[in-house]
Design a protein around this ligand. Structure first.
Ligand SMILES: [Zn+2]
Length: 307
């Protein structure tokens, strides 16, 4: 028997922001995306409820290395040096030496980085299992297939568990809080690429999942409708960004116009509490920066003389 347990990391004291997922099968266990170091206490408490400690977990399966998913990895290795850490090959170098990852996160978050995410300790190279996509990872009786799913990040993978027909998609299918229907893309810099992202969604859809697990937040029971909607949302956001970039507004004005447009859409769609939660979790400013970078890069590719 294989069981999947959502552990709510209560990020910044808010439930349903970041989820870690515990897999238990036969005598083995793994965590998909342990979260940031700032929520280690919640992770420890969640494991304890299942009768576990950090020492009784065998593996960490990372979807990607962003701090909200993988920041705690180095700290967990200190507590349990036997952990196997699965991560895409483009991410391994930043796990071993997180200085560039931290510098780029620092540019986005400034002084908020430490309070939001805690520290990000280096991971010993010997703990890392490098992935390309196509591998199978065995956890007890469960065998998860690794799919390379870039778009949100160039080193993003999705784990597919065929018995339960569940795809653990990290941030590849956006933000949708369990129990809500509203769907919000997450498009932070620097890797956003819509074409590649759509191919990753094709790959996930081709598995024929019955459930998706989103880090933000929880299980989604109608994957094909979710994925269809998500493609439309990504397209709409890209179009909005393109219009703003081409409008000739200065960047700060354009950013404000983007953030205001999305925030007001959220506010008219959802009750106040839920709207605040989405806006807090959505990182709308980061999404603007990621899409702006993508739109500009694409314009340059189509018309190099504009440079
Ligand atoms: Zn995330």
């Amino acid at each position: 028997m294989t069981t999947f347990t959502t552990i709510d990391l209560n990020w910044t004291g808010r439930p349903q922001s970041i989820a870690a997922l515990l897999i238990e099968s036969a005598d083995e266990s793994a965590i998909i995306d342990p979260g940031p170091e700032s929520t280690l206490g919640s992770l420890r408490a969640g494991l304890k409820e299942r009768g576990r400690t950090f020492q009784s977990v065998d593996s960490l399966l990372l979807t990607h290395i962003h701090l909200d998913h993988a920041g705690a990895t180095g700290a967990l290795l200190r507590e349990n040096p036997n952990l196997n850490v699965y991560v895409h090959e483009f991410g391994t170098v930043h796990m071993i030496d997180p200085s560039r990852l931290l510098a780029s996160a620092g540019r986005l978050y400034g002084g908020d980085m430490k309070p939001l995410y805690g520290e990000c300790a280096p991971v010993p190279e010997t703990a890392l299992q490098s992935l390309k996509g196509g591998e199978r990872v065995r956890i007890g009786e469960a065998e998860l297939e690794v799919g390379y799913t870039p778009g949100h990040a160039s080193h993003h993978v999705t784990y597919w568990e065929p018995q339960s027909r569940t795809a653990f998609v990290g941030d590849t299918a956006g933000i949708r809080v369990e129990g809500n229907t509203f769907l919000l893309p997450a498009t932070p810099p620097p890797d956003i690429d819509l074409e590649i992202w759509n191919q990753s969604l094709d790959k996930i859809a081709a598995w024929g999942p019955e459930r998706l697990f989103l880090t933000h937040f929880g299980f989604i029971e109608n994957p094909s409708e979710h994925i269809r909607q998500y493609r439309t949302r990504l397209q709409d956001w890209t179009e909005l960004t393109r219009k703003l970039v081409e409008s000739g507004m200065d960047t700060a004005e354009a950013e404000k116009a983007f953030v205001d447009a999305i925030a007001s859409e959220i506010k008219v769609t959802l009750p106040t509490d839920a709207a605040d939660h989405y806006i807090f979790n959505g990182g709308l400013r980061l999404s603007w920066l990621g899409l702006m970078r993508y739109v500009r890069k694409k314009a340059l590719k189509n018309n190099p003389s504009a440079a």
